[in-house]
Design a protein around this ligand. Structure first.
Ligand code: GTP
Length: 319
């Protein structure tokens, strides 16, 4: 996926230094993005309480003295109803064959259902199967008895589906419980090898993608259920404004939120433009916090009719 940086950086590392890729899978809302953020220690993937909002394979990199773990955050596998749905599923499957470890997120506050079984069955059928770790997420939402019952059900998947968990780890990303244990477990399953990325890189996502995701996240807050799948964000231009003193930089961002129908445009803009203004303010604060530069954000709304069903539009929007 990426060339190792090699020993040329002059940093002393233990002989058994490990490096590799992992990704989290699981039903929508299983806590994959939140876990990625907790492990990396900085917000990089979008988390929202709306299902299926993680569209891009955003990576976070965990740097440790003994290892480098590159996390890839994939969208949830779902029943495809559109071309976009099919493409998302393809992205997920391809990612699985490229990583060393797949963490299957199974939230303790939900029983293991047909969707989970289907997912693990798909993993079992891969020709090149990565190591599998079962992650019982959101342990803060259940008592010990329920967690124990859940872990038994997780274990039972081994027999019913024909896989073997390398490990089963209960974790709460929001309460920071067992996140370190999970990191150790994932690192332990990586092959020995030099770092894949230079020190200090949190994510190799281009900044424009990150900014687009942050705007999308702000836009999704508080909108009605039917809208999330229909919003995409396109950055038309982004760059540091020229002629500013070096100690007072300003990042110009020109972006459009793209919806499928005229009627959705109204929802996104809100009464007298109030929602759009809110979204802009929230997104600007987030971009500023993450990139560390004051931001001027020009945010518009565009209608691209039925973009989810149109190959040309999907390609243009980076799917
Ligand atoms: N109580 C609790 N809530 C959590 C935990 N982890 C995630 N959540 C919440 O669960 C919701 C979904 O979390 P995400 O991290 O966005 O889930 P996801 O699996 O990435 O979701 P998709 O992008 O839809 O696939 C959010 O509201 C999170 O705040 C946890 O450990 N405890």
């Amino acid at each position: 996926m990426s060339e190792p940086v090699g020993p040329a950086d002059g940093v002393q590392r233990p002989d058994d230094y490990r490096s590799g890729f992992a990704c989290f899978v699981g039903r929508p809302n299983a806590g994959k993005s939140t876990l990625t953020n907790a492990l990396v220690g900085q917000k990089i993937a979008i988390a929202s309480d709306k299902p299926q909002t993680t569209r891009h394979a955003v990576r976070g990199i965990v740097h440790r003295p003994d290892a480098q773990l590159v996390l890839i955050d994939t969208p949830g596998l779902h029943r495809p109803r559109t071309l976009l749905g099919e493409r998302l599923n393809d992205v997920v499957r391809t990612t699985w064959t490229e990583v060393d470890v797949v963490g299957v997120c199974l939230p303790v506050n939900q029983r293991i259902g047909p969707g989970d079984t289907h997912l693990v069955t798909e993993l079992a059928q891969l020709t090149r199967r990565p190591q599998l770790v079962a992650i019982a997420t959101k342990t803060d939402l259940a008592g010990p008895a329920r967690i124990a019952e859940h872990l038994v059900a997780v274990q039972a998947l081994e027999q019913s589906v024909g896989i073997e968990w390398a490990s089963i780890v209960p974790v709460s990303a929001t309460a920071d419980d067992q996140v370190d244990v999970l990191a150790d477990t994932l690192v332990g399953l990586l092959p020995e090898g030099p770092p894949l990325y230079p020190d200090g890189d949190i994510t190799d996502e281009p900044e424009e993608t990150l900014v687009a995701e942050l705007i999308r996240e702000a836009a999704l807050e508080g909108v009605r259920d039917e809208l999330p799948h229909s919003i995409a964000v396109e950055i038309s231009e982004m760059g540091l404004r020229e002629g500013r003193p070096p100690e007072r930089p300003l990042l110009d961002v020109f972006a459009s939120m793209i919806v499928e129908r005229e009627s959705q445009k109204g929802i996104v803009i809100g009464k007298g433009g109030s929602r759009l203004k809110d979204v802009g303010t929230r997104a600007r604060a987030q971009i500023q916090a993450i990139l560390g530069t004051p931001v001027y954000l020009d945010l518009r709304v565009k209608v691209l009719k039925d973009w989810q069903r149109d190959t040309k539009h999907l390609n243009r929007l980076g799917f």
